[in-house]
Design a protein around this ligand. Structure first.
Ligand code: ADP
Ligand code: ADP
Length: 224
């Protein structure tokens, strides 16, 4: 069974049809990038899969479980907008991503959080508040939070959009390392076709004619 699957997925917001009969399946350990023009429903697709959007027609499952029944709790989501807690520092904002049963004051948990912060290049900013960070730094806090509990499935919505080119490449390569090491199933949404082709096993295009999802690139990638 695919790890992520939608069938006949339709989402309407009033008169707007955000998704119109979309079918997509992502296998275990696969890295799929979803590209398409602004407004074609990419974010909506991830919100459905993460259980944040309950008003839809059709089927959506994660690990074979209907998302309306809670789906899988082993899903990490990184939003396009970082959505950081304004009153928490970087460390607290990353720690939110740890599993609920982990004691955040435990030394191992603190080490894990500090390692994640270092990985996204924010060592030295552990005690900074979101309003002291640039947009790109906030986005990296959000990435670290999404990776914090090592989820089996990662749903990433434009996770690199606010990063400068060098930082973007570093973080893209880090994501590939996580994916390769952990066998994570990844669905990444982006408007950047080059980014999609660089990262993913398979690139699908959403949008265009109603109900179409087409695989445009199916690479057996030779990654650096
Ligand atoms: P993308 O991520 O590809 O830019 P979205 O999934 O954000 O696309 O949006 C798809 C369509 O649905 C757009 O026309 C958008 O305006 C509309 N839409 C998305 N979310 C909402 C919402 N909560 N309320 C009303 N319209 C929405
Ligand atoms: P160009 O060399 O044509 O200016 P860039 O260096 O901006 O292109 O890279 C284009 C895209 O290719 C980037 O958005 C990125 O997704 C991908 N890419 C290229 N090289 C790397 C790399 N070493 N690490 C991560 N991504 C890369």
């Amino acid at each position: 069974d695919p790890t992520l699957a939608v069938r006949g997925l339709t989402v309407r917001y009033g008169e707007t049809v955000a998704l119109d009969g979309v079918d997509l399946a992502v296998g275990d350990g696969e890295f799929v990038a979803v590209v398409g023009p602004s407004g074609c429903g990419k974010s909506t697709l991830l919100r459905v899969l993460s259980g944040l959007e309950g008003r839809f027609e059709g089927d959506a499952t994660v690990d074979g479980t209907d998302v309306r029944e809670g789906g899988s709790d082993d899903v990490g989501m990184v939003f396009q907008e970082p959505r950081l807690l304004a009153w928490g520092d970087v460390r607290e904002n990353v720690a939110i991503g740890l599993p609920a049963d982990v004691d955040r004051d435990d030394p191992a948990a603190r080490d894990r959080v500090d390692d994640l912060i270092e990985t996204v290049g924010l060592d030295g900013f552990e005690e900074s508040r979101p309003d002291e960070l640039s947009g790109g730094m906030a986005q990296r806090v959000s990435l670290a939070r999404g990776l914090a509990y090592d989820p089996a499935v990662l749903l990433l919505d434009e996770p690199f959009s606010a990063l400068d080119r060098l930082t973007k490449h570093e973080q893209q390569d880090h994501l590939l390392d996580v994916w390769a090491d952990r066998g994570t199933t990844v669905a990444l949404v982006t408007h950047d076709v080059e980014e999609a082709a660089y990262l993913a096993d398979r690139v699908v295009v959403l949008g265009g004619r109603p109900g179409t999802v087409e695989t445009v690139v199916d690479v057996d990638a030779d990654r650096p």
